[in-house]
Design a protein. Structure first.
Length: 436
């Protein structure tokens, strides 16, 4: 950051300021200086903005904390032809995201200090969004030997996960939870019982008709049920990633009612799409866990509406054409999601399941709080990580316009509402729609 950026004062005026963490929803202005928020409120600059302050007129649009995406596959190091830290940052910025948590499944895997430090250094060089790396739970994500949680935490790992691999061995997961509790670290599980989860789409009538191997709902449910018992044994914090089934959501709902320290998230495709999206063998809709039946999609939507599901993450998983345009069984799992997270999350608002402020909480302060990050809120002295947006502006999703290196999205032509107009990280504008 230049000396000028470090001291520049910026006034965001004529804004609808929304801060889900505090419940704030007012018309007013916000002042930032350098990387921090200095002040905000309805009476700020009532008598005009001083000449030494740069003015950004929000023109009545919403000003909120920048989004926090707690589940992103960066692909760097190792698969830079699919995505890099720079291109992921550019895509995130266009999607209003100012902080992302990077999964450890790069090559090499982030299971030691050097890997975590590499991601942090490359993020500083890219000068785009803030990147917070996960550490792997087990070495090589092989589900056997635990990594050094304490050391990795000290060097910046925000939580521990084996990404899209479940920690299948119950004793290993028990040890991981007990070890994590020593450092108040969070364990994030990909909840699929692997001996049941060898299929390529949702198990059921459609998979049988298509001649494809299916993943039954119970692969997810059984793993979540098992892990709840291990959480009872250890008392450690636990997070279930990308829930997709009604049964697993109900298990989490009951665990929360019993007071267990558990949280969970889902991804937009699990409440916007169902298994019909893979008809005609559409590999761009092949994800893990798979898109489920309509009843499960409705259950995910309801779980978000009633607060059982704590956050929405993009589960951004970029792949090149060669990895996706293959026979369905051979194609890679995953879709890109950084640039569609925000408008798809706003479906909850537009369908009147949640208020705008509550829908925003799912992609700002709630994921930040789960990971213990000092972002995702508007506060005096806090980071000037901001997004200016129009929640009602309609458009059709066009992956060809994505800034991500990869375009593997099942949402081509999908109608959405909610356009990002400006994204700000530490006081720096990193995306401006008028210049895009």
């Amino acid at each position: 950051m230049s000396q000028r950026d470090n001291k520049t004062k910026r006034a965001y005026i004529n804004a609808r300021i929304i801060d889900p963490a505090s419940g704030l929803d007012i018309k007013g202005a916000l002042l930032s200086e350098g990387i921090h928020i200095v002040d905000f409120g309805p009476k700020l600059f009532k008598d005009g903005v001083p000449d030494d302050i740069e003015v950004i007129d929000c023109a009545g649009n919403c000003l909120a904390p920048g989004l926090v995406d707690m589940r992103v596959h960066l692909r760097e190091p190792g698969d830079e032809h699919k995505e890099t830290i720079l291109t992921a940052g550019q895509a995130a910025a266009a999607g209003g995201i100012t902080s992302i948590a990077a999964l450890p499944d790069s090559r090499p895997i982030l299971d030691d200090v050097s890997g975590v430090e590499y991601v942090a250094r490359r993020a500083r060089e890219a000068k785009m969004v803030k990147i917070f790396p996960y550490g792997a739970i087990t070495r090589g994500m092989e589900g056997k030997e635990l990594t050094e949680f304490g050391l990795l935490t000290e060097f910046g790992a925000v939580a521990f996960t084996d990404s899209t691999k479940a920690v299948a061995n119950a004793q290993t997961m028990r040890r991981a939870l007990s070890y994590a509790k020593t450092f108040n670290a969070l364990i994030v599980q990909h909840p699929e019982e692997p001996t049941l989860a060898g299929g390529v789409m949702n198990g059921g009538e459609i998979s049988t008709r298509m001649g494809l191997s299916g993943v039954p709902n119970h692969a997810e449910i059984i793993m979540v049920e098992r892990d709840m018992r291990l959480v009872e044994m250890t008392g450690s914090r636990y997070h279930a990633a990308h829930l997709s089934t009604a049964g697993a959501i109900d298990v989490i709902r009951q665990a929360k009612a019993r007071g267990l320290p558990v949280t969970c998230d889902t991804a937009p495709h699990y409440f916007c799409l169902n298994e019909n999206s893979v008809l005609d063998y559409r590999t761009f809709a092949k994800v893990s866990p798979p898109l489920r039946a309509e009843a499960d999609r409705e259950a995910v939507f309801e779980g978000l509406a009633d607060g059982t599901i704590d956050a929405i993450a993009s589960d951004h998983s970029p792949h090149d054409q060669d990895s996706k345009r293959l026979p369905f069984a051979q194609a890679e799992f995953g879709i890109v999601g950084l640039e569609t997270l925000f408008p798809l999350a706003l479906q909850l608002y537009h369908k009147e399941a949640l208020s705008l402020i509550d829908a925003l909480a799912l992609v700002t302060n709630k994921p930040a709080d789960i990971l213990g990050l000092p972002v995702g809120r508007i506060a005096k002295g806090g980071a000037a990580d901001l997004v200016v947006f129009n929640p009602d502006s309609p458009f059709f999703i066009d992956p060809e316009k994505f800034r991500s290196k990869s375009k593997n999205s099942p949402f081509t032509g999908f109608p959405a509402q909610g356009k990002v107009l400006r994204t700000v990280v530490d006081g720096r504008t990193i995306y401006d729609r008028t210049l895009a």
